[in-house]
Design a protein around this ligand. Structure first.
Ligand SMILES: Nc1ncnc2c1ncn2[C@@H]1O[C@H](COP(=O)(O)OP(=O)(O)OP(=O)(O)O)[C@@H](O)[C@H]1O
Length: 589
């Protein structure tokens, strides 16, 4: 049996400790919920007593009534008024118990929802801050699944394990206490099945957790296949690969469903065995209880209370066993959440990092060696200087590492050795935010959001006003086509800006970069996929905006290269100035 097949109390404890701070702000509501829960437990415990009183006071009056009966009889007498009192008590218990139950459920469910929202926010914040290496290794859909369904399962853990466990324990302890006061021998007989129930819960909990973990993983994979199939719908249709996608989806779908069926089957199997054990318990109590009544140890009313209690007792025990299954499922989700929460961003601010105030904006890459985890180095002892305000074009065969240089400049990754200096300061001694504030980026396919054009441009500087946004759009040449759109700047774009043409998307991306007004500009193949006329127009715009900025231009084509002051080749993991044999490119006059 694998280590994970059991329901580990230590894991639950670790999860509760880690996640319970989120419940702390709701202490008052939880306390009120707990109070209501005590009322529910009390109602549950006193529920069978009016019937016992009717039995032992009216139907089969006892010669030697017990303490409770003596008190009731001396108070109310044994006539019609006792029957009335019992009826009113039954009603009262139902109404008040129901009310307390309502308060308990609504308060606790409300807190549960809020706690889930807080945990989700925390996780989202954390995921946003994790380094690129994490995002390289985990798919978007997988992250989304952790943020949604796994977090939802946490509510089960916090509420089920933390709160309802307490409620059910209260009922259990109270009932056992009263039973023991009434007749300890009969109580022992009723308790005889507890070890069997505990064993079943323990044994099946681990298996259910295992199956649930498989199901959750399967759901994560479904989300991945689904996201890819839907977001890449043009590709799927273009290659007429609908049937292939369907088969891929169907395989994951089936495997997740099978894991779900397995979890349900194990749950049902456990339920069946629990029922049998409970029936054995009832037989024991009935048999021994009748003997005790005949021997005069307890009254017939007491036996009635006992059998009623047995059902009361069974309920929390049964719920606890099904709860253990839910907790097991939630623990599997919780572990997945902790896996993410326990990760620390690899790239963070150094303790004495200071803010970047780039004045001259020259960049020196010195003796830099960099490799992606587990890969061959992309750069090896590479050295390059970008003087303040110049546009340096980086050229080289595809896959050589040009974009990686840009990512290293933005400190998305850490080099294995060497340094990158900004105005003479190692970028690792600058705060990450201030470093990235110095840089504006235009990529070959800059991502746009499914938001308005205005919001997409303003993403470059969130506090930009209307005039700044329009000015940036005018400078990038986007203003003309935006104004022709029926909703202008309020036009909501399709996912990833797909309702615009490639050239229009690039102009919006340039406007966004312009709005940032950063001293350093990274242009990573900004004209890819554009026709010659559009590209030529954009080159003019880019030339204008890169004039006073230190610009790293990653390019292949001569049109883009015409913007460069200097051309540098990336060959054999090093930078080399122009004139390198495979590419004969002229230095710009
Ligand atoms: N996140 C990553 N993890 C591992 N390897 C990566 C990662 N990103 C890029 N690579 C690899 O590093 C190498 C350099 O990639 P990079 O994107 O920097 O090349 P490039 O010169 O910009 O290519 P292109 O001109 O085609 O855009 C490639 O071999 C690529 O497969």
């Amino acid at each position: 049996m694998s280590k994970n097949r059991k329901l580990h109390p230590a894991t639950i404890w670790r999860l509760l400790r880690r996640l319970s701070p989120h419940a702390r702000p709701y202490r008052t509501k939880l306390a009120l919920g707990f109070l209501a829960m005590c009322f529910v437990a009390l109602a549950e415990i006193i529920r069978p007593w009016p019937v016992k009183i009717v039995f032992d006071g009216i139907l089969i009056p006892q010669e030697q009534p017990d303490f409770v009966m003596t008190q009731v009889l001396s108070w109310v007498g044994s006539g019609q008024s006792l029957l009335w009192l019992c009826c009113i008590a039954i009603l009262g218990i139902a109404v008040l118990g129901g009310l307390a139950g309502y308060v308990q459920s609504t308060l606790i469910a409300g807190v549960g929802q809020r706690v889930v929202a807080d945990i989700r926010l925390d996780l989202y914040r954390h995921v946003q801050r994790l380094s690129h290496s994490f995002h390289d290794s985990v798919s978007t859909a997988e992250i989304v699944s952790r943020l949604t369904s796994d977090v939802r399962m946490m509510r089960d853990l916090l509420i089920e394990a933390g709160v309802l466990f307490a409620a059910r324990s209260l009922v259990l302890i109270g009932t056992v206490l009263i039973m023991a006061l009434m007749d300890w021998r009969l109580t022992l007989a009723a308790m005889a099945i507890l070890p069997a129930l505990a064993f079943l819960t323990h044994r099946y909990g681990g298996r259910i957790k295992d199956a649930a973990r498989h199901q959750r993983r399967g759901e994560g994979r479904i989300a991945v296949v689904m996201t890819e199939g839907i977001s890449g719908i043009s590709l799927v249709k273009g290659f007429a690969n609908e049937a292939y996608e369907e088969a891929r989806f169907s395989e994951q779908n089936l495997s997740s469903a099978e894991a779900g069926v397995m979890a349900t089957r194990i749950s049902a199997e456990m339920d069946r065995l629990v029922q049998v054990v409970l029936a054995i318990g009832t037989c024991l109590v009935m048999w021994y209880g009748v003997t005790r009544v005949q021997a005069g140890g307890i009254s017939p009313g007491d036996l009635l209370v006992f059998t009623a209690y047995l059902t009361t007792l069974h309920k929390p025990i049964r719920r606890m066993s099904s709860m253990s299954a839910r907790v097991a499922k939630a623990t599997a989700s919780g572990e997945r959440l902790l896996e993410v929460l326990d990760l620390n961003p690899e790239i963070t601010d150094r303790p004495n990092a200071r803010k970047a105030h780039s004045l001259r904006r020259w960049i020196s890459i010195i003796d830099l060696t960099f490799a992606y985890p587990g890969c061959e180095p992309v750069l090896k002892n590479a050295t390059l200087t970008l003087r303040a305000g110049e546009t340096v074009a980086l050229v080289g065969p595809s896959g050589m590492g040009k974009s990686s240089v840009a990512k290293l400049l933005m400190r998305f990754y850490e080099p294995q050795s060497g340094r990158i200096l900004l105005d003479g300061t190692d970028i690792r001694d600058l705060t990450l935010d201030s470093l990235r504030e110095q840089i504006a980026v235009v990529l070959q396919d800059s991502p746009l959001f499914a938001a308005t054009i205005r919001e997409n441009i303003a993403y470059g500087r969130l506090d930009a006003d209307e005039e700044d946004i329009a000015a940036a759009a005018r400078a990038s040449g986007a203003d003309r086509f935006i104004r022709r759109l029926p909703q202008g700047y309020d036009t909501v774009l399709g996912e990833r800006g797909e309702t615009l043409s490639g050239g229009q998307r690039q102009r919006i991306a340039i406007a966004r970069a312009l709005l940032r007004d950063a001293p350093i500009l990274i242009l990573d193949e900004p004209l890819t996929g554009l026709d010659r006329t559009t590209a030529a127009e954009l080159v003019q715009t880019l030339k204008m905006i890169s004039r006073d900025r230190t610009t790293l231009l990653i390019a292949h084509d001569d049109l883009t290269l015409s913007m460069a002051d200097r051309i540098v080749h990336l060959v054999d993991r090093k930078f080399a100035e122009d004139g390198f044999p495979p590419l004969v490119l002229e230095r710009k006059a």
